[in-house]
Write a protein that binds this ligand. Structure first.
Ligand SMILES: Cc1ncc(COP(=O)(O)O)c(C=O)c1O
Length: 391
């Protein structure tokens, strides 16, 4: 067993958060989704700059909701969706589960998001209704160019910012560009509610469907007038009203406990972002010339949960991983590598192999980044990597 000196991830829920949670619990509050959830959604929306947000139990559930809501919105011209090769299984799984036709896109050589030339080729070829993008690891993608493609080809954009909370480009936050954006508050992400996720949207129809789908397909969580309009439309009597299901829904709610933690995390989010940013910049200074890393574009604020880098080949990566483990520094593959090389994908569609995504798959590795990591820690970890790369 490795004696761990540096964990890849550390909790952002600190002792003060725990103590205040205990005090709050002693007051006998309602624990299920209630008032605090609504307050957290409001605060989150203010922080992000979007009017509507829906708190759920994971980033994966947030993605599930986005896909499903889009699929029942009545606004899709077809069920074709472009999906990224670099991201997470649940950036794609709901597309498969809900009968979309996913087509995989190569990774961009700079940000590791969607390769825009390949995307345009796919847009021309498939004319998809939907593009699902991932803001990879807190390094914002080329949004001006992507939004120009959206303008030209007219698709719905789902934006997975699950691992990019606090990243921004030209002052606009990751997760606020798409028709819907998702966030994860799992342990080790920029901020945590233990498990948790959020979908944010500028679109009222999507917001109403998100609220309904999060809780069984009922209308109770909608604004009063929207709830009453549905009750009237379907001619429902008072006794039945709370338990009428308008859509085949899920239950992917979070709780007011999660919301309590979320509110405390949002209050310190700016500090968390600046610490992660500083660590990222220091890693870049040490390793940026020697390794391929994600490029921050002009105007970008980077906020990573791990620092990702690509070795020159698998042999160099093997040496680096061994040296990191020998020095008690946790590491792992870069996110999930190329999702097109995972059985869940190739058993259905065949292997999706692309030069850049494959390189990320075979040569990528992660280094720890979290707010409590000090500059001297980043120096020490970088030193181990550089020594190992020398051979
Ligand atoms: C890009 C991306 N999307 C979605 C998720 C899923 O989030 P969760 O673990 O909260 O389900 C992750 C998890 O790391 C992720 O990195």
């Amino acid at each position: 067993m490795m004696n761990v000196k540096y964990h890849l991830a550390e909790d952002t829920i600190d002792n003060q958060d725990i103590n205040s949670l205990i005090e709050w619990l002693k007051g006998g509050p309602r624990l299920t989704k209630s008032r605090l959830t609504v307050e957290f959604e409001k605060k989150w929306g203010e922080w992000l700059g979007l009017p509507y947000s829906v708190f759920c139990n994971s980033g994966s559930s947030a993605n599930l909701l986005m896909y499903y809501v889009l699929s029942i919105s009545g606004r899709l011209k077809n069920k074709k969706v472009i999906v990224p090769s670099v991201g997470w299984v649940t950036s794609i799984a709901p597309a498969i589960q809900f009968g979309f036709e996913p087509v995989m896109c190569e990774a961009d050589k700079d940000t590791f998001g969607l390769d825009l030339d390949h995307l345009e080729t796919l847009l021309k070829k498939h004319n998809p209704s939907t593009v699902f993008m991932v803001q990879v690891l807190g390094v914002p993608h080329k949004m001006k160019e992507l939004m120009a493609l959206r303008q030209k080809y007219g698709f719905f954009l789902l934006e997975d910012a699950c691992a990019a909370i606090g990243a921004s480009i030209d002052g606009k936050k990751a997760g606020s560009f798409g028709d819907m954006g998702s966030f994860s508050f799992y342990f080790g992400h920029q901020m945590s509610t233990i498990e948790g996720g959020m979908v944010s949207t500028p679109d009222k129809q999507f917001r109403d469907l998100l609220l309904m789908m999060r809780s069984h397909g009922w209308s109770k969580d909608l604004d009063r007038e929207d709830h009453e309009a549905l009750v009237k439309k379907y001619g429902i009597d008072d006794f039945h009203t709370p338990f009428v299901f308008y859509e085949p829904g899920f239950n992917v709610r979070n709780t007011d406990l999660g919301a309590f933690l979320g509110l405390r995390q949002v209050a310190k989010l700016d500090w968390i972002i600046s610490r992660r940013q500083e660590n990222h910049a220091l890693y870049k200074k040490h390793l940026g010339d020697k390794f391929t890393i994600q490029k921050a574009l002009p105007g970008a604020v980077v906020c990573s949960i791990s620092f990702g880098a690509l070795a020159k080949d698998t042999e160099e990566r093997r040496r680096i991983v061994k040296a990191l483990e020998n020095n008690g520094i946790e590491t792992r593959i870069f996110s999930a590598g190329n999702l097109g090389l995972h059985p869940f994908w190739y058993n259905r569609y065949g292997k999706a192999s692309f030069p850049m995504a494959d390189r990320i798959h075979h040569c990528g590795f992660f280094l720890p980044n979290n707010p409590s990591l000090r500059p001297q820690d980043v120096d020490a970890i970088s030193g181990v990597v550089l020594d190992a790369a020398k051979g």
